[in-house]
Design a protein around this ligand. Structure first.
Ligand code: HPA
Length: 234
């Protein structure tokens, strides 16, 4: 039994979806999975296991930011033998061609996080998606006509930055979107030899200052979920 998840061996599927928001984990489990069973509620960070099209799938909240997702993903990989982890989340657009509601597949994740400085010192690791998952998700989204975008994202430690223009440096280097967890997921997947992908819906734009309405979020959420679940069981 791990410290923060505390589930029994076998409670968690080999394939796990990872929303930041624990209530989104509950919503996903109750909306998209058959027979969902709650296996953890420690600190109100919820985790469920059910089935999707007959295959076992878990959905585990991670909380926000790299230190939080790091705890959950470490335990999932190390203590529960999770083989495939797919983050589902929101992100802010950094590029004028990345629009509100767009689906972004994170090929790689730049980061300003302290985590990889602690691990690698002056070396720079390149957190990268698992190509087969990226390709599967891309093919699914393209076949549905959802026009996904794939490229580098930025996993930042700071939502409220000191310099409001900080994102522009990342934008200049072609990063598509800003979020707060992907680099750690990809780094841990590399460390443990597991598969990982981060599928994002654009909720706001740092370029234009726009944000999504609740209704728009719901529609795009369904697209992200279908892409994630079909990729999860592929
Ligand atoms: N920054 C960081 N994380 C985010 C953002 C953002 O602008 N939007 C959604 N998640």
């Amino acid at each position: 039994m791990s410290i923060h998840i505390g589930a029994k061996e076998g409670d968690i599927a080999e394939v796990v979806l990872l929303p930041g928001d624990p209530l989104r984990a509950k919503f996903v489990a109750e909306t998209f999975l058959e027979n969902p069973v709650l296996y953890t509620s420690i600190r109100n960070i919820l985790g469920y296991t059910g089935t999707y099209k007959g295959k076992r799938v878990s959905v585990q909240g991670t909380g926000m930011g790299i230190p939080s997702i790091s705890i959950y993903v470490n335990e999932l990989f190390k203590e529960y033998g999770v083989k495939r982890a797919i983050r589902i989340g929101t992100a802010g657009a950094l590029h004028k061609d990345v629009k509100i509601r767009d689906l972004v597949l994170a090929m790689s994740a730049c980061t300003d996080s302290g985590a990889n400085n602690i691990r690698f010192g002056s070396r720079n690791f390149a957190p990268t998606a698992t190509f087969s998952l990226l390709k599967t998700a891309w093919d699914i989204a393209v076949s549905k006509g959802w026009q996904p975008k794939a490229g580098a994202v930025v996993s930042s430690d700071m939502f409220y930055t000191e310099d409001p223009d900080e994102w522009k440096l990342w934008a200049k280097f072609g990063c598509l979107a800003m979020e707060m967890e992907c680099a750690e997921l990809y780094t841990l997947a590399a460390k443990f030899g597991r598969e990982a992908l981060c599928i994002l819906t654009i909720s706001d734009s740092l370029v234009t200052g726009e944000a999504t309405t609740a209704e728009e979020r719901q529609n795009t959420f369904t697209r992200m979920m279908e892409t994630a679940l079909e990729t999860a069981i592929s």
